[in-house]
Design a binder for this molecule. Sequence first.
Ligand code: 1GP
Length: 255
Amino acid sequence: MRKKVENYLLSKIKEKGCIHLSLLDPDKIKIERAKEVARTIESIGSSAIMVGGSTCTGKFSFDDLIIELKSGSNLPIIIFPGNIASISKHADAIWFLSVLNSSNPYYITGAQALSAPIIKSCNLEAIPLGYIIISPGGAAGFVSQANVVPPDKPEIAAMYALAAQYMGMRFIYLERGSGSNEPVPVKMVEKVRSILDESHLIVGGGIKSKEQAREIARAGAEIIVTGTLLENENYEERMKNILEGIEEGVDERRS
Ligand code: 1GP
């Protein structure tokens, strides 16, 4: 059943055509910066904050980071779990993700079964998500033992995406890997978009420029995620460029 955060995302997508979500990796952000970063992300026009990463050095508590982020912004905080430790009752929702092209069932249904009762006890909104990792896949691909999709094979990504839709996953995430040199190829985004008629398409990994964001939004992404650029000194300017690119891409898609 769709709940508050999912309904919020859907209404934003309907309004804007494509929205931007900011990803904060607990291993990479300093907790002292969290409140200010959250405030800036909201003022620039990102629609939600995702928190998570594939590695976990345990520098500080996941709960404390989320509490700090919430003190700086009213945006929904959505957990993007890298493992079953990435759960907090202070978040608003969790992407309940299955790594569809993992070669290890732990990452497809095992971690999900282990974490489901904890998610329920935290009263967290779980949003079903099919996660498809495209080569090179970065840390996410390595940790989740993904049989990464070759970037020049959009039809393979499309068949996984359609399978996810048929399994009832309401969001599909094409992931190139955080910090990847290149984002998901535009042809792959177009192909996946063309085959989906119910699920919503998220694209992330390696998106650094306005032009890349524009092309991916034009190709049919409904959510674009950026994370690494928040680690730069001049991230505000870069984020503004990404948001402008998304708007232009949607305008071109609609024209
Ligand atoms: C990673 O898709 C996200 O899971 C964001 O990637 O860090 O490359 O922006 P970047």
